[in-house]
Design a protein around this ligand. Structure first.
Ligand code: R5P
Length: 295
């Protein structure tokens, strides 16, 4: 077994390699002046290789990822697994307007051609039930950080109300609430544009409650900001945030705090200052099981 990783994800890679007791090798990259990249892998790879690559900032990473997978096959990796703690392009799962490319489907096909298995955390599967469906003929394993985030919330704010900012996040708040005996409720969201989001709060009483907004991903932060403003307007005692994927692009974090959010807690799927919960033990356990099954 070998874990392969890129130099910009070393803390997660080192943690995972240590948890698994596997050797770790780093993909060497040289960027040429014209923008191409030379990639170098260990010249002899074992039959079983796991490649770690989170797909935040996906366009910059996908070419390297697919080239690395093809190179790893040539160098001896006959069983190649991708661990992508954040799997991008999962939200574009239908043709929202005529002619729009259904990126989820096509990225799924590309990954299925390159890898035997894909492991990820809280992929945004909305109109698709399982990750297997996204990866035709391959094994897709979707883990969830929601119970881990729920445990963190239960430890710091026992009695908190977990609030999903939209219907799609209902699955995560229910999982987290159930695992730790917390209350939960779900908002209704309408997105009018990238930075323009309206969130209607549920009938559940938030007045006087310590509210924790829980979602899979924070990108522009507008969803969380709108939900936080709504909860505070209805008398919530406090609003904190727990997310699996802390993308927080541009001024997102500032917007979230400006809306009245106190703490932001995230998993370490995406490296960020808000990381408070580690998915490493969960990923390691899943990989061990996957490798045992492949024997
Ligand atoms: C989509 O429904 C997701 O669950 C998130 O709510 C959404 O992607 C967050 O995006 P933003 O932070 O840009 O509002």
């Amino acid at each position: 077994m070998m874990l392969l990783a890129f130099d910009d994800e070393l803390p997660l890679a080192r943690g995972l390699a240590a948890a698994l007791g596997w050797p770790l090798a780093v993909v060497e990259r040289h960027r040429f002046p014209d923008g191409e990249t030379r990639l170098r892998l260990p010249p002899e790879l074992p039959a079983r290789v796991v490649l770690l690559r989170g797909l935040q900032d996906p366009n910059a990473k996908l070419t390297e990822l697919l080239l690395t997978a093809a190179g790893a096959r040539e160098l001896g990796a006959s069983q190649l697994t991708l661990v992508s703690p954040y799997l991008a392009y999962m939200r574009q799962d239908i043709e929202f307007t005529p002619g729009e490319v259904v990126s989820q489907r096509h990225l799924g096909h590309l990954l299925a051609a390159a890898f035997d298995a894909v492991v990820t955390v809280d992929p945004h599967l909305h109109r698709v039930a399982t990750l297997d469906e996204v990866l035709p003929g391959r094994c897709g394993l979707a883990l969830s950080a929601a119970p881990l985030l729920g445990a963190h919330v239960a430890r710091w704010l026992p009695g908190a109300l977990l609030l999903a900012p939209d219907e799609e996040a209902g699955q995560w708040v229910r999982a987290a609430a159930q695992a730790h005996g917390l209350d939960c409720a779900v908002c209704h969201k309408q997105r009018n544009g990238d930075h323009d989001v309206e969130v209607a709060l549920p009938d559940a009483a938030v007045a006087g409650r310590a509210v924790v907004l829980l979602d899979d991903v924070a990108s522009t932060g507008r969803t969380l900001a709108a939900a936080a403003r709504g909860a505070l307007a209805q008398g919530a005692a406090s609003v904190d945030v727990a997310v699996t994927h802390a993308l927080f692009v541009g001024d997102a974090l500032a917007q979230v705090h400006a809306a009245g959010v106190r703490e932001v807690w995230s998993s370490d799927c995406v490296p960020h200052a808000s990381n408070a919960v580690s998915v490493v033990p969960m990923l390691a356990a899943a990989l061990r099981k996957l490798q045992e099954g492949a024997r």
